[in-house]
Design a protein around this ligand. Structure first.
Ligand SMILES: NC(=O)c1ccc[n+]([C@@H]2O[C@H](COP(=O)([O-])OP(=O)(O)OC[C@H]3O[C@@H](n4cnc5c(N)ncnc54)[C@H](O)[C@@H]3O)[C@@H](O)[C@H]2O)c1
Ligand SMILES: [Zn+2]
Length: 358
């Protein structure tokens, strides 16, 4: 499973949209057979930019859904499929996912099942979408509070990275994306991690030259995915911080206390770094550096210390449903050192609990 030749991993430049425009002219029977999936926010902020890039999109169909992780479920997919049906979509239709990870996950999944699979294009509009969610062919939705329980692998025709979209993205969403970039550094590239650490000294995020960071982050993820597209082994290292992080994200979503995916992953990475120190040879020095950077950049992550023993028990129960589990054992990806990660690690319950209080 490889990225298609015509798919492009490039920051915004004329060429990227020119490629898509040519594709629309030559490979799509009519622009009216193109369906742009957006949420209320990307409809407001990103559609005007997309229309200014490719004028003919004005004639396509727009399908607008509510924003947010709560919408990432099978009922939304059914609603979108019914809308596609009503608008007479067929096997030659093309879905354009214009949005964050929620939109690319939902839209990619629908493209993989609607009429047994149609083509799609990802145009991520969040930092997290650009560096992570739209890379690696995973699509899917949540089943109640179990994250990404229903899904598929489906390859987009095109991937366009246009950093112009980041201008309207709320600051907390920018930090959410930075969390995944930090993870890429921690698991596979120490220099990149150190480079990113400088962000802690920057108060005005607008001055950051995103292209370089995004490009590097995509390269790290893509290199891992190319070696193990279906996550039989190595790709599991991308789950660092996510065993605990996903459980926290589900737990807080149920409690109506919204946290971004990135903050959940940061909390997960702090806990799992402690476990890495206790079980996987991570030095105390590396652990201390990781904790210091993550807690400085994400003061919000401290809400984890307010969790009661009973709440942590509930979070552990959520972890037992994690689809990464094998033989009924919760699986972790743990750091060996900054820039190197192991996978398929099992951890005693007491140590998981202990990591919440460190
Ligand atoms: N498939 C994968 O491999 C993969 C990898 C990582 C994460 N994910 C998934 O991605 C999702 C998180 O994605 P996300 O963080 O992008 O969240 P999101 O899609 O919910 O977007 C965050 C918020 O930003 C708004 N928004 C998006 N673009 C905007 C813009 N340019 N200007 C203003 N507002 C904008 C959205 O409407 C939303 O309110 C999670 O569901 C996670 O599971 C998937
Ligand atoms: Zn993630």
């Amino acid at each position: 499973m490889k990225m298609k030749d015509n798919a492009k991993f490039i920051s915004f430049n004329k060429e990227a949209y020119e490629g898509l425009n040519n594709y629309l002219l030559n490979q799509v029977d009519s622009i009216k057979n193109t369906f742009i999936l957006v949420d209320n926010n990307t409809y407001k902020y990103c559609i005007p930019i997309l229309f200014s890039r490719i004028d003919s999109f004005k004639e396509s169909n727009i399908i607008n859904i509510n924003p947010g992780e709560e919408e990432k479920n099978i009922y939304t997919c059914i609603h979108v499929c019914k809308t596609l049906e009503k608008l007479k979509a067929n096997r030659k239709s093309l879905i354009i996912n214009l949005g964050g990870g929620v939109i690319t996950d939902i839209g990619g999944f629908i493209a993989s099942i609607f009429k047994r699979g149609i083509r799609f294009v990802n145009i991520p509009t969040t930092l997290l979408g650009m560096v992570d969610a739209s890379i690696g062919y995973k699509t899917g939705v949540n089943l109640d509070s179990i994250k990404n329980e229903i899904g598929s692998f489906h390859i987009p025709e095109f991937l366009i990275i246009d950093t112009h979209f980041l201008k309207t993205l709320p600051k907390k969403e920018i930090y959410s994306g930075i969390a995944e970039m930090l993870k890429h550094g921690l698991i596979a590239d120490k220099n990149f991690w150190e480079d990113l650490n400088h962000i802690k000294n920057i108060t005005n995020l607008d001055i950051i030259q995103w292209n370089r960071f995004i490009h590097q982050s995509i390269l790290i993820k893509q290199k891992i995915v190319d070696q193990d597209p279906k996550e039989n082994g190595l790709r599991k290292i991308l789950n660092f911080g996510h065993t605990i992080g996903h459980a926290l994200e589900s737990y807080f979503m149920n409690k109506n206390k919204k946290i971004t995916h990135g903050v959940a992953v940061v909390m997960g990475m702090v806990c799992e770094s402690w476990i890495s120190y206790k079980r996987n040879g991570l030095s105390i020095d590396d652990y201390t550096k990781i904790k210091s950077i993550l807690t400085t950049l994400y003061p919000m992550q401290k809400i984890i210390y307010d969790l009661s023993g009973l709440e942590i028990k509930k979070i552990l129960i959520i972890m037992e449903h994690d689809k990464k589990n094998e033989k009924n054992k919760i699986q972790f990806s743990l750091l060996k050192k900054i820039g190197k990660c192991s996978y398929n690690c099992q951890v005693p319950y007491d140590l998981i609990k202990e990591s919440f209080f460190k």
